[in-house]
Design a binder for this molecule. Structure first.
Ligand code: HEC
Length: 116
């Protein structure tokens, strides 16, 4: 592989990992009071399970606007608040949550929900 290829791969990796790292911070500051990772119980579902069952786009969508999507996601009621974060922060946290199950999720993902 030429040097440009190596450089591009390096660049792409840096950006992807940066998003996951930023997303972990968003999670710790905004979601951890209600969502665990790697098991445990809290008000909201554990993010490892969510990572199994949801596409990244769905996670982002729900994070941004739970009151519009709770029925489509199979809930009868919505207890999760709409959080005042930036679009980029929702993207980053969705990257982080999706990264919790990097391989298995491809096998059991549901179809993405249509956007509103
Ligand atoms: C005050 C508690 C609370 C906070 C804070 C919170 N959540 Fe939730 N979340 C919930 C509850 C409760 C549910 C279950 C559905 C509902 O009530 O809306 C939920 C459901 C979800 C779901 C749907 C899971 C599924 O597959 O069914 C996603 C995705 C989600 N939360 C992401 C986030 C993200 C990302 C953050 C942080 C940016 C966050 N939540 C912060 C309480 C919370």
């Amino acid at each position: 592989m030429n040097r440009l290829g190596v450089f591009l791969i390096f660049l792409i990796n840096t950006f992807l990992l940066a998003d996951i790292k930023a997303g972990k911070k968003v999670y710790a500051e905004n979601c951890a009071i209600c969502h665990t990772v790697n098991g445990g119980s809290a008000l909201g579902p554990d993010f490892n399970i969510v990572s199994y069952t949801r596409h990244k786009e769905e996670i982002e969508k729900y994070g941004k606007d739970p009151s519009s999507y709770y029925e489509e996601f199979g809930y009868n009621a919505n207890a999760m608040p709409t959080l005042p974060l930036k679009d980029q922060e929702f993207k980053d946290v969705a990257d982080y949550i999706s990264s919790l199950q990097p391989f298995k999720k491809w096998m059991i993902k549901k179809k993405p929900i249509p956007s509103k």
